[in-house]
Design a protein around this ligand. Structure first.
Ligand SMILES: Cc1cc2nc3c(=O)[nH]c(=O)nc-3n(C[C@H](O)[C@H](O)[C@H](O)COP(=O)(O)OP(=O)(O)OC[C@H]3O[C@@H](n4cnc5c(N)ncnc54)[C@H](O)[C@@H]3O)c2cc1C
Length: 386
């Protein structure tokens, strides 16, 4: 192998971009290999919310808060506008029972130090006059933010390149080389081989195929989601909106279609309306009945949308993991091989902390404090061949 990097990152989505950013910031010579082009996978077919309120365990919340803090820093550090806005999000309650449940979640979040303000019908109307008048109330999570996920990926990669990282598009990794001791020695693409002391698999829902190159089987499955993009409705809402059942749809492992409203205003004045969840293999085609179901929920909460048009729609594949935490870190038995995958519907929010953990782990050789609950070994991900 005549081409060399300290670390090869496989995948130019937001997670691979964040790994490249923090590795290059630490002085590591990193090469990102992307099969298509940056953000060509799920990181261009999603929303861009940085959420805390949908996290159901202390471990998930701790990781999400650390990552949200990093996003705040990156907004000024990356030197490129990626539409970071920290306006808070509103979780909506349709019924008294819904508001009681939302209040209980808010109390749990407050106890953990997250800002959560419960509002009644009048408070909700004051915050968002376009909402349906019959909604009972909601919770404003003031620390939550949003980004444009594609721009954020590009901004991370551009900053990584300024720090010395190299990015290769149209470079699909087809094999991983290992030395006589079993340690990772490099990767093979159709344009040649690159020697490397470590390889990070950040291939999103395709991570299983990449991990298969070193004999691993991951519990990561594609969980499809749809988004509708409306005609321009600037100013219709001031905060991203989530219906109360959103968190439950995130956490259920049900195979069938789940639809819960998520509405997010873009800087261009269009509204992103989501979202659905279903296990449908690797199919990324758009389904009309699911689009209709999302539109029905959207008009129920924002009646004025009945006069808007849908300009386009898309479907993406969330890299689902069974315990709703990503798989981040080295793998027992394949020295030098790291996973950074399995973020399901939180990969935008969790990308910075993932990149930070991977960089700290590779540079120091030790597990960073927040990393223990994310270790791939908790699913028995290991191979005896190392
Ligand atoms: C509808 C929807 C809404 C969402 N909303 C949010 C949200 O509001 N907030 C949030 O935090 N998250 C959200 N998500 C989740 C988020 O989009 C994902 O978790 C995140 O994009 C995953 O990023 P990634 O880099 O791991 O994967 P990807 O973006 O898919 O990147 C993986 C890359 O690896 C490349 N690749 C694969 N195999 C190879 C190979 N062999 N060689 C080289 N390259 C390879 C692919 O081409 C791809 O570009 C949403 C997802 C969906 C579908």
């Amino acid at each position: 192998m005549n081409d060399r990097a300290d670390v090869v990152v496989i995948g130019g989505g937001i997670v691979g971009a964040a790994c490249a950013y923090y590795l290059s910031a630490a002085g590591v010579a990193v090469r990102v290999l992307e099969r298509d082009f940056p953000a060509s996978g799920t990181s261009r077919a999603c929303d861009g919310l940085i959420l805390l309120s949908d996290k159901s365990s202390a471990a998930e919340l701790a990781v999400a808060r650390a990552s949200a803090d990093l996003w705040g820093k990156l907004a000024s550090a990356l030197g490129m506008d990626f539409e970071y806005a920290r306006r808070g999000t509103l979780v909506l309650a349709e019924t008294d029972a819904g508001l009681t449940a939302a209040r209980a979640t808010a109390a749990t979040m407050q106890a953990a130090g997250v800002r959560a303000e419960v509002v009644d019908n009048a408070g909700l109307r004051a915050l968002e006059p376009a909402l349906a008048p019959d909604l009972v109330g909601g919770v404003l999570y003031g620390d939550e933010a949003q980004v444009d996920a594609r721009l954020a990926t590009v901004a991370l990669l551009a900053a990584a390149k300024r720090q010395g990282a190299q990015l290769q598009s149209n470079a699909e990794v087809t094999a991983i080389r290992r030395g006589a001791d079993g340690r990772v020695a490099g990767v093979v693409t159709h344009t040649g081989e690159i020697a490397a002391g470590a390889v990070v698999c950040a291939a999103g829902v395709w991570s299983n195929q990449v991990a298969g190159l070193v004999g691993l089987e991951l519990p990561v499955r594609p969980r499809k989601g749809h988004i509708l993009v409306t005609s321009r409705v600037p100013g219709l809402i001031g905060h991203p909106l989530l219906e109360g059942s959103y968190a439950a749809s995130v956490h259920t492992a049900a195979e069938g279609v789940q639809v819960a409203l998520v509405a997010e205003m873009t800087a261009g004045g269009t509204l992103l309306l989501g979202s659905s969840r279903e296990f449908a293999g690797f199919d990324r085609s758009v389904s009309l009945p699911i689009m209709q179901a999302i539109a029905v929920r959207a008009v129920r909460f924002l009646p004025g949308l009945a006069r808007a048009s849908i300009m386009r729609s898309y479907a993406g594949l969330r890299p689902w993991s069974p315990d709703h935490l990503p798989l981040v870190g080295p793998v027992d038995g394949v020295s030098g091989f790291y996973l950074a995958t399995g973020h399901e519907g939180a990969g935008i929010g969790l990308a910075p902390i993932t990149g930070r953990i991977i960089a700290d782990w590779i540079v120091s050789g030790r597990a960073p404090a927040l990393a223990h609950r994310l270790r791939p070994g908790r699913f028995g991900v290991q191979t005896a061949t190392g």
